[in-house]
Design a protein around this ligand. Structure first.
Ligand code: M6R
Length: 611
């Protein structure tokens, strides 16, 4: 949802800004722009990706040691040159970049028009920069003008402001959208996440809502709130490394991230599973054990792929803990009037830790006294900081817009949580606990076995390049896998795909099946195998093309399949960790055959910081 970068210091700003934008391009890529401040405040912007901006600024005078840049995911106003950020104020003495949505922009705009302001774009951001100028025109400082403007603003923002008349000052603020300040020697960096900062400094400050960072050349970082109260934020040390942000020889980040899964799954359970004394150590659980032991029920909330991980979590928690679990789309939950108790636990799952709806769901549950547990991948993210306790997934940066390794890491962490609580609750025997723990430690090697079939999967995927629809079916633990497989295919290849509980097929979708319709069935030998075989027969009877995910050694489904992928045997509750892998690969190869932009699919953004 838009990426923002800023720099002030002794170095040349342009190369830092453009490199930063490339790291943040996963957040939005419909237009890009840059502003540099030297003797003048200059803005260059255009429709298209960061590479289009690079071409556009070729030969332009860009020499400056401070500036800011933006890559956009359009909310207000179509993606075009004019709506691209930065936005100038009327006098062109101020410029602003913005990530978020100003909800009351219409009323503010009306007032500004009455005061003689004219507008170039259709964006909410331009309203904000004009409002800052309106206040600044009364003779107050830039900081005061920004404070007054933000006090009138309803909505979410991460902004950076440059002023021609304040040549050594950069002001940044956030509410609801992320903003990180990097602190170097005599220099500051700003970015939506730490990835553009990491190669220059490891010292960062995560701004809190309604905080303003005042970055004055030659001075220390100063932070004030929009109500002018000075705050003293903690400086954190980043643990990222640069190689995690590069493709490492793979054609796409998505493929790299699929292939990282043996390691990322291992990293998710590393240090948490102690086979020698049959325990699982998760600090967030141990410190709040009474909450988990006395919870009336657990609500899991998330969006997209993370929501699918929650569905797997629901099956695992209910089986192991015998406690009711509800899984909620955060976007629905936040606007319903859900019945919430102060002995409820809300588990919020998010790769980015920035999904606006999930954050709002947390605030809602918190206001009813529920205990909030977060499962996030991005360290220091808004959701990680808004929860009472939590566990990181440790999957490393996920840059491909389609979530892959985050999903398997989330399922791993949910499994560990359920096992840890079940042991304390006494709802699992020590023998069973050991069996599942051992099975979990064997998963990375089994994922590698599946990844070794990538060529095979690529080979048969080409037959589905021109398909228009696809149906994904699974039962029990594999119903969420069907949903996830369908989501992967549709978001990167633009093929319409639906995931369904296998048995539900005959209540409607069966009408769609003919020889043109590929049906992907997750049919491992555990759970409801015989029932799934019957569902497969129903597909075959209608001439559907069957792609199956089967357990090694299966004969029945193999013989019915047009194509199949064998996965190794494991515990039923762990099958999603294996069955998802071939579906990720299949979606990837089909999208590549269709020449789609796999890492940056159209209309999407990696982290959805608007509702
Ligand atoms: O960062 P989050 O896990 O909160 O993101 C949730 C969804 O936006 C995300 O999973 C999205 O559906 C992905 N594009 C799926 O691949």
């Amino acid at each position: 949802m838009c990426g923002i970068v800023g720099y002030i210091g002794p170095r040349e700003a342009y190369p830092i800004l453009i490199k930063g934008l490339k790291r943040l391009e996963y957040r939005g890529y419909d237009s890009a722009g840059i502003a540099i401040l030297n003797d003048n405040l200059q803005v260059f912007k255009c429709k298209g990706k960061v590479s289009a901006l690079e071409a556009f600024v070729q030969g332009k005078p860009l020499h400056a040691t401070m500036g800011m840049a933006h890559t956009r995911w359009a909310t207000h106003g179509e993606p075009n040159d004019v709506n691209a950020h930065p936005h100038y104020s009327q006098s062109e003495s101020l410029a602003v970049i913005h990530n978020g949505i100003i909800e009351n922009y219409a009323i503010l705009k009306e007032g500004l028009i009455k005061s003689g302001f004219t507008f170039q774009s259709n964006t909410d951001t331009e309203v904000l920069v004009q409002l800052i100028e309106y206040f600044k025109n009364s003779g107050i400082s830039l900081l005061e003008a920004v404070q007054l403007a933000l006090n009138q603003t309803v909505g979410a923002y991460a902004i950076v402001v440059l002023s021609k008349n304040d040549p050594d000052l950069m002001i940044a603020a956030r509410k609801g959208s992320p903003l990180v300040v990097g602190i170097g020697k005599d220099e500051f960096f700003l970015a939506s996440d730490a990835s553009p900062i990491i190669e220059y400094t490891k010292d960062v400050v995560y701004l809190e809502d309604e905080e303003i960072a005042i970055l004055q050349r030659g001075q220390k970082l100063k932070v004030k709130t929009i109500s002018d109260v000075e705050t003293f934020p903690q400086v954190h040390t980043l643990e990222l490394n640069i190689s995690q942000l590069e493709k490492g020889g793979y054609e796409h980040f998505m493929l790299k991230e699929i292939f990282e899964q043996p390691d990322t799954i291992r990293d998710s359970f590393r240090g948490r599973i102690q086979l020698e004394n049959n325990t699982i150590t998760m600090a967030g659980i141990i410190d709040h054990l009474d909450k988990f032991l006395n919870a009336r029920r657990i609500i899991m909330t998330a969006a997209g792929t993370s929501w699918h991980a929650c569905l797997v979590g629901e099956y695992i928690f209910e089986e192991l803990l015998r406690i009711p679990v509800e899984v909620e789309y955060s976007s629905e939950f936040r606007y319903r009037k859900p019945v919430l108790y102060n002995d409820d636990i809300l588990i919020a799952v998010s790769q980015s830790g920035e999904t606006a709806d999930t954050l709002a769901a947390i605030h809602l549950a918190k206001s009813h006294g529920a205990f909030i547990y977060g499962i996030c991948n991005v360290v220091g993210s808004s959701i990680a900081r808004a929860t009472d306790a939590g566990s990181y997934t440790h999957a490393g940066p996920e840059i491909g817009v389609a979530s892959t390794k985050a999903f398997t890491a989330q399922v791993t962490v949910l499994t560990l949580m359920a096992l840890a609580i079940a042991q304390k609750k006494g709802t699992i025997s020590e023998e069973r606990l050991k069996e599942i723990m051992i099975a979990l430690t064997e998963i990375p090697a089994k994922v590698t076995q599946i990844l070794n079939k990538a060529k095979e999967i690529q080979e048969f995927s080409k037959y589905y390049t021109y398909t228009r629809n696809a149906l994904y079916l699974g039962r029990g633990y594999n119903f969420p896998v069907a949903l996830e497989g369908a989501l992967k295919l549709k978001e990167i290849s633009y093929i319409h795909a639906e995931g369904y509980p296998a048995a539900e097929m005959k209540h409607g979708p069966i009408a769609l099946i003919d020889r043109e319709m590929p049906v992907v069935v997750i049919a491992p030998n555990k759970g409801h195998y015989d029932k799934v075989v019957s569902n497969i027969q129903e597909v075959k009877a209608r001439k559907g093309r069957l792609i199956s995910i089967i357990t090694e050694g299966d004969v029945t489904v193999k013989e019915l399949s047009d194509h199949y992928v064998e996965i190794p045997e494991t515990e039923e509750m762990l099958i999603p960790l294996l069955a998802t892998i071939p579906l990720q690969l299949m979606a990837y190869y089909i999208a590549v055959f269709r020449e789609c932009n796999v890492d940056q699919p159209r209309n999407l953004a990696k982290s959805v910081t608007v509702e």
